[in-house]
Ligand binder design. Structure first.
Ligand code: HEC
Ligand code: HEC
Ligand code: HEC
Ligand code: HEC
Ligand code: HEC
Ligand code: HEC
Ligand code: HEC
Ligand code: HEC
Ligand code: HEC
Length: 347
């Protein structure tokens, strides 16, 4: 082909591709922008050569289906196609809020993602999924929150990638855009814990007055059962601080490290620390749940009536206390009495 002829074809091609777009940008003409398919009009952004796939997906955004490109795009006067020739009319989310109400309007906890725009989650044009979402279900959430399932143990609803079970999408009226207030988000599925709380004579303050997730991770954790720090599963554990990291994040460890004390704990026979005696051992150190029920318990001081974790035997425990003295009636030894003020001998 001669170079003249090549030049002619290039000009021809340019005219063909640029013309419709110049027209597309001509708002004064009053002509609307219609789809190529069926319309037969050359006056469109959607030609066999240009943006041919737009308008042909399963779900097409209404303004696009109408061919109204310029409700969102604007021309700059630079020749099109070419860098900088077409821009967005406005920044997001304002661009979308021309026609849509802010979907988080009036919500106490709007999703911060919205401030950054709508197209992190919705395609502005079209797609294969309803509501023009770019990913389905919880997969959409993982696009930006991939760290949520990090952890050796992953909570059931997260393994099912079902974020909607607990969270709103555009926002919500509860903290962290949760569907329900506080612990109701957990107790609906964990009615056993609700039963323990309802039947408890003595409540554990953070369980009733704070959140399950003071201690549990709602999504995933390196510690069983989805705890924020380590807590032994066994009935006996050698004493070290890390073994009770969860409890010591709120309670003072000295109740377990001073062999003698007049104040670190009330569980003492005068100065002999009975917490130390039971817990602070390298062999057969008792764990807290040998005596305490973390979600609530039938006796004062969060004391269990039965320590169920020891094999199949539920060790009975009855604790009777007054201002000075307390007596433990337990399955593991003779009843023993201690006094916080003057030593009692249990022979
Ligand atoms: C509802 C608003 C809206 C409408 C209507 C719209 N667009 Fe867009 N378009 C956008 C946004 C927002 C982006 C930027 C997307 C991004 O950065 O991910 C974009 C990007 C583009 C791009 C470049 C990136 C890509 O997806 O290929 C092209 C080309 C485009 N639009 C063409 C069109 C044409 C042609 C029409 C009309 C048939 C149209 N748009 C109608 C909002 C819209
Ligand atoms: C020019 C007006 C206009 C603009 C601008 C606009 N939309 Fe729409 N959008 C509509 C109309 C009309 C519908 C169809 C409403 C209906 O079916 O109830 C719609 C529907 C939707 C839907 C629901 C689709 C469905 O299947 O129900 C989503 C999601 C959406 N738009 C997102 C966006 C996003 C994101 C932007 C900004 C990039 C945007 N819209 C900008 C007019 C607009
Ligand atoms: C974090 C992701 C995300 C962001 C950000 C987001 N949306 Fe959505 N939006 C969704 C999902 C998911 C649905 C589908 C909800 C469903 O199926 O119940 C949806 C549904 C919609 C619908 C359809 C509503 C209905 O009741 O059917 C509209 C309209 C909409 N969004 C508009 C917007 C607009 C406008 C913005 C920005 C101001 C936006 N969305 C930002 C995820 C998002
Ligand atoms: C396009 C990115 C993006 C997507 C997709 C996304 N988010 Fe977000 N989300 C953010 C940003 C940004 C923040 C604010 C910073 C942060 O906490 O990470 C946020 C915050 C949150 C928060 C904390 C809110 C608070 O008040 O503390 C929750 C909960 C959340 N997102 C849930 C979801 C869920 C559920 C989905 C899926 C429906 C989702 N996100 C999809 C970007 C996104
Ligand atoms: C069983 C209920 C539940 C489910 C299911 C759930 N979350 Fe959460 N999520 C929570 C609770 C409770 C909080 C508040 C935690 C806090 O404040 O410490 C939270 C907080 C968040 C936060 C903000 C703080 C953080 O931990 O980063 C993000 C982001 C988040 N969730 C994303 C998701 C995503 C994504 C999914 C789905 C894969 C999901 N969540 C599923 C209960 C849930
Ligand atoms: C939609 C139902 C559902 C909701 C809501 C839910 N969970 Fe769960 N949870 C499960 C299922 C199913 C399991 C068992 C499977 C597994 O190990 O994850 C489980 C297991 C657990 C376990 C471990 C139980 C064991 O015996 O090892 C803990 C702890 C837990 N969830 C705490 C929570 C907390 C805290 C919340 C609220 C933030 C919550 N769950 C909300 C369904 C739910
Ligand atoms: C003060 C910390 C703390 C709080 C708050 C807390 N838990 Fe727990 N949870 C634990 C510990 C520790 C375990 C392990 C219990 C054990 O083995 O004795 C546990 C175990 C569980 C289990 C496993 C089954 C069981 O009975 O051992 C579930 C389910 C559970 N918690 C749900 C909840 C729910 C729901 C809430 C909120 C109402 C909640 N937890 C609040 C510390 C806590
Ligand atoms: C999020 C903080 C927090 C965590 C974690 C926590 N507790 Fe508590 N606990 C409290 C608060 C607050 C009280 C009530 C005030 C007080 O007496 O110290 C309390 C009270 C108690 C009581 C009754 C004390 C009394 O004087 O009446 C016992 C027993 C107890 N916790 C045991 C535990 C055990 C065992 C663990 C670990 C599994 C644990 N706690 C983890 C905050 C926590
Ligand atoms: C052998 C049973 C037993 C074990 C094991 C045990 N406790 Fe106690 N604990 C008690 C008794 C009994 C009291 C009540 C003391 C009193 O008021 O006379 C108590 C009281 C407490 C109190 C109230 C403050 C105090 O010290 O008087 C806290 C907090 C506490 N225990 C936490 C724990 C934690 C955390 C663990 C595990 C590291 C643990 N306990 C292990 C029996 C036990």
């Amino acid at each position: 082909m001669s170079s003249n002829l090549t030049g002619f074809f290039i000009i021809l091609l340019t005219v063909f591709s640029v013309l419709p777009h110049l027209a597309c940008a001509d708002e004064s003409s009053g002509r609307s922008f219609v789809l190529w398919a069926g319309s037969g009009s050359a006056n469109t952004c959607l030609t066999a050569e240009c943006h041919a796939t737009l308008g042909r997906a399963k779900y097409v955004h209404a303004p696009l289906a109408e061919g109204d490109c310029l409700v969102c795009h604007d021309t700059t006067g630079q020749s099109h196609p070419g860098a900088g020739s077409i821009v967005l009319l406005e920044e997001e989310p304002g661009l979308c809020l021309q026609c849509h109400e802010n979907p988080a309007a009036g919500m106490a906890y709007p999703h911060s993602a919205i401030a950054e725009g709508c197209t992190g989650c919705h395609s502005p044009h079209q797609g294969g999924l309803p509501k023009l979402v770019v990913q389905s279900g919880g997969q959409l959430c993982l696009v930006c929150h991939e760290e949520v399932d990090d952890g050796k143990y992953v909570h059931g609803p997260i393994r099912a990638i079902n974020c909607k079970m607990c969270h709103g999408i555009h926002g919500g009226d509860n903290l962290a855009m949760l569907n329900r207030p506080g612990n109701e988000n957990c107790l609906g599925c964990h009615s056993g814990i609700q039963d323990i709380m309802d039947n408890a004579v003595f409540q554990h303050e953070p369980v009733v007055n704070s959140f399950c997730w003071d201690c549990h991770t709602p999504h995933a954790s390196g510690y069983k059962p989805f705890l924020k720090d380590y807590y032994p599963e066994e009935f006996y554990a050698p004493y070290k601080k890390e073994n009770f990291g969860l409890c010591f994040s709120c309670h003072d460890e000295t109740a377990f490290t001073y062999e003698l004390t007049s104040e670190a704990t009330a569980f003492r026979n005068h100065n002999d620390n009975l917490h130390y005696l039971h817990v602070n051992r390298q062999s057969k150190g008792r764990v807290c749940k040998a005596c305490h029920g973390v979600h609530g318990a039938p006796q004062d001081k969060l004391l269990l009536a039965n320590a169920k974790s020891f094999g199949h035997w539920a060790i009975p425990l009855t604790w009777v206390s007054d201002e000075d003295r307390a007596t433990c009636y337990v399955g593991c030894h003779q009843p023993k009495t201690y006094s916080r003020n003057s030593k009692v001998s249990n022979l």
